[in-house]
Design a binder for this molecule. Structure first.
Ligand code: 2IT
Length: 445
């Protein structure tokens, strides 16, 4: 690693060694931008790495709410406003018991480079709460969202910070959050994305993360002179992202053979069809956070309790669940089963050992911040429609999304070509970093 980058990483580690996810995300970026740092002395002189790794602002707040028994519960709410060099803070809200500052800092840090890659004017931010939506009633979810927004509303705005969904925050939660924002702020600003289609949402936003990921995979396959039709695709997760990826992969003739949840994975050797893809929405709406019922509903589905889908033979693996879901051993199993391509769709879905294993084995691997950028890019398109007081057709949004994914793929190829091979991790980090750094240099301190 470049000496300046190493020093900044050492200082960050000494200050907060417990922020393991955040340090992991920083390490991954720092390992790949040595060439840029070596060639531009302004970066160290202006302390760009120090300034890029400390959030511009972190907001932490108390969220008291009332459960169905009338008992008062208390959670912690956060918004990490990481970097606003190229636009207002933009990034999702995650409601999950694992949420803490390390996780939100890693997500906000990654979001900054991801948003830069989209070419749209969006800075990086992330937020959420350690609230666990699993098994909660609709009324409990509403009460939590109302109380979360009761504090958050004063920190956001269409030109300031525009949150969206992430794990545990979908269309229903965005609805409740937006309703409370509107009551408190007394305006109809496009302050959240992922809104309902009747009240400022964009067509294709719910599909966008998964669709964009498959468009990116198509470009990767093009470079390998391969086609997605007929390929065996192993997906993890069963939420919004896995659903969009499954839908587009099935539309393009791929054979999607796995989905997964915290309870285990489903192997369906017949492959998913549109009915099975739709059923993923039902699984999610149940609020139980399990995939086992799939095997009762569809005879072709086999459930493997407590296991991950990476033990199956697949041509393409797409982790779509959560950070660090794919370990070094999982990567070895995929390689042993002759996987051809791995596209990380979850944010930092692969452990560093897994990424190293794919790269050393010559498997084409692309990182989440490039592959999943179609989600936030389409949020950016929702912001544009809101600002112009208009709606675009699904065809318009989808064609813009395709164009953005093509652009991100080209940026990765241009910046990541090393010894005749494409390193998508380096390409994405370098392309994302250069633009944010230029903007920070121009704006001074
Ligand atoms: O990780 C992500 O990019 C998201 N959760 C979507 C963020 C957004 O603002 O649409």
């Amino acid at each position: 690693m470049n000496a300046y980058a190493q020093k900044v990483l050492d200082d960050l580690t000494a200050k907060a060694p417990w922020e393991t996810e955040f340090l992991q995300a920083v390490t991954e970026v720092f390992e790949t931008i040595g060439g840029v740092l070596d060639s531009d002395p302004r970066l160290e002189k202006n302390r760009i790495l120090e300034r890029m790794t400390v959030p511009e602002r972190v907001i932490t707040f108390q969220v008291p709410w009332m459960d169905a028994n009338g008992d008062i519960q208390v959670n912690t709410g956060y918004r990490v406003q990481f970097n606003s060099a190229i636009g207002p803070y933009k990034g999702g809200l995650r409601f999950h018991p694992s949420v803490n500052l390390s996780i939100l800092k890693f997500l906000g840090f990654e979001q900054t480079f991801k948003n830069s890659l989209t070419t749209l004017p969006m800075g990086g931010g992330k937020g959420g709460s350690d609230f666990n939506p699993k098994g909660k009633t609709d009324r409990e979810i509403m009460d939590f969202c109302n109380n979360f927004m009761r504090e958050l509303f004063r920190h956001i705005g269409p030109d300031k910070d525009v949150p969206a969904g992430d794990i545990g925050v979908g269309a229903r939660e965005i609805g409740y959050l937006y309703g409370q924002y509107k009551r408190l702020a007394n305006n109809f600003h496009g302050v959240l994305t992922g809104k309902g289609l009747a009240w400022g949402g964009s067509l294709v936003r719910s599909e966008a993360t998964g669709f964009g990921a498959v468009y990116f995979v198509q470009h990767m396959l093009d470079m390998m002179k391969e086609d997605i039709a007929g390929k065996r695709v192993a997906l993890s997760g069963f939420g919004n992202v896995a659903w969009g990826a499954a839908l587009k992969a099935v539309q393009l003739g791929a054979k999607v053979i796995t989905i997964s949840g915290p309870d285990g994975y489903i192997l369906d050797e017949d492959g998913l069809n549109f009915e099975k893809v739709n059923y993923m929405l039902e699984l999610r709406a149940s609020g139980r956070d399990i995939v086992a019922p799939y095997a009762e509903k569809f005879k072709s589905g086999k459930f493997f309790a407590g296991k991950k889908p990476w033990e199956v033979a697949a041509d393409i693996a797409m982790p779509c669940a959560t950070q660090n879901e794919l370990s070094g051993d999982d990567a070895k199993a995929l390689v042993a089963n002759n996987v051809k391509l791995v596209a990380e769709v979850s944010n930092m879905g692969c452990r560093p050992e897994a990424v190293a294993c794919f790269q050393e084995s010559g498997i084409t691997f692309a990182p989440g911040k490039a592959v999943n950028a179609g989600g936030v890019a389409t949020s950016g398109l929702e912001m544009t429609q809101n600002a112009g007081h208009c709606y675009w057709t699904a065809e318009e949004v989808d064609s813009k999304l395709r164009g953005i994914m093509t652009g991100i793929h080209s940026a990765c190829v241009e910046n990541g070509r090393i010894d005749g091979k494409i390193n998508y991790v380096a390409g994405a980090n370098i392309a994302g970093f250069k633009k944010v750094a230029e903007a920070m240099l121009a704006q001074g301190i």
